[in-house]
Design a protein around this ligand. Structure first.
Ligand code: IPM
Ligand code: MN
Length: 368
């Protein structure tokens, strides 16, 4: 299979983790006989420094002409500490999502058994948790009208949803539930917000087309509590952009660490794959970032965008094996992890790459 992949390292640890994701793609191509062609492009703070804009036209053109995108992270403390700055790295990410029509953000929350102890939640509550979030990604307060009035003393961001935006993400969630435990939890704040009442109304309507799926609704505040209290009660969760942003960071604790969570953004055409963690400037350049979220994003890419199921399973198994052998990056190590087993970013990537060959050798010939 021949595919063109654009790598957008972005800022902070984005570069470090996508380097490891790319190594995995190269290994998969070599072992399974695919031709992956890579191109790099700039986004975020780096792009602002070089061109004055966080998403240069040159980058956008490359993105519109490729088969999949591997993205790192954007952000820089300089902007976080100065809210008056008008041009910001995150605008590049938001514009990219909008321009590419990436309206559905899939965030699978699955705990590897080996990491039961790495979470701050009790193992007996966590064990067996497996949640798939569908976060709407191109609407809501993120893209509604925003501004200032009264000489800058009043600020607003409009929370807005249109029927078709809710319909298309709801369909995706129900369809995914059919391949899982057949339950969808829709999360909103319909007791207060009009946009949430439209959300609930539309999800109920779409739900009628999927009588085999159990649909329940939760308010976002209660959902935030239940995620920690009883994560196993969730299967597929569908929610708006802002609620999804917050709940999935919370849910990362179910997977042990932010460093483990991959995501896929899909919609009209090309798919974008990225860790849910950010640029993490506090650890940038130290070589200690966890590359597993980027590597697991690669597994999502080759499955969802390229349909390479066996290859994708191989990457996930290789990560599992690496963890089984006791290897950890610092963020997922615990008191029992010996010093020699705590790996830096590059060594963790290399371990997974080695495991890919071992796992592949065990696949029955008929599936290769
Ligand atoms: C995410 C991030 C982004 C978001 C930021 C960087 C704009 O937090 O992908 O979850 O809020 O969507
Ligand atoms: Mn976020």
């Amino acid at each position: 299979m021949k595919k063109k992949i654009v790598i957008l390292p972005g800022d902070g640890i984005g570069k470090e983790v996508t380097t490891e994701g790319k190594k995995v793609l190269v290994k998969i191509a070599e072992l399974f006989g695919h031709a992956f062609e890579f191109e790099e492009a700039s986004i975020g703070h780096d792009a602002i420094e070089a061109t004055g804009t966080p998403l240069p036209d040159e980058t956008l053109t490359k993105l519109k002409n490729c088969d999949a995108i591997l993205f790192g992270a954007v952000g820089h403390p300089k902007y976080d500490n100065d809210p008056t700055l008008k041009v910001r790295p995150e605008q590049g990410l938001l514009k990219m999502r909008k321009e590419l029509g990436l309206y559905a953000n899939l965030r699978p929350i699955k705990l590897f058994d080996e990491l039961l102890e790495a979470s701050s939640i009790k193992p007996e509550i966590l064990k067996g948790s497996d949640i798939l979030f569908f976060r709407e990604l191109t609407g809501d307060v993120y893209f509604g009208e925003k501004g200032r009035k009264d000489n800058g003393n009043t600020a607003f961001d409009l929370m807005i949803y249109q029927r078709y935006e809710v319909e298309r993400i709801a369909h995706k969630a129900f369809q995914a539930a059919r391949t899982r435990k057949k339950k969808v939890t829709s999360v909103d704040k319909a007791n207060v917000l009009e946009s949430s009442r439209l959300w609930r109304e539309v999800v109920q309507e779409i739900g009628k087309q999927y009588p085999d799926i159990l649909l329940e609704h939760q308010f976002v505040d209660a959902a935030a509590m239940k995620l920690i209290q009883n994560p196993k009660s969730f299967d597929v969760v569908v929610t708006g952009n802002l609620f999804g942003d917050i709940l999935t960071d919370e849910a990362s604790q179910i997977a042990g660490s932010m460093g483990m969570l991959a995501s896929a953004s899909v919609g009209d055409k090309v798919g974008l794959y990225e860790p849910i963690h950010g640029s993490a400037h506090d650890i940038t350049g130290k070589g200690i970032a966890n590359p597993l979220a980027s590597i697991l994003s690669v597994a999502l890419m080759i499955d969802i965008s390229f349909g390479l199921k066996v290859e994708s399973e191989t990457v996930i198994k290789a990560v599992e094996q690496t963890l089984k052998q006791g290897y950890r990056t610092a963020d997922i190590a615990d008191a029992k992890t010996s010093k020699e087993k705590i790996l830096n970013t590059g060594k963790m990537g290399a371990q997974v790459v080695n495991q890919i060959a071992t796992v592949r050798d065990r696949i029955p010939v008929s599936n290769k």
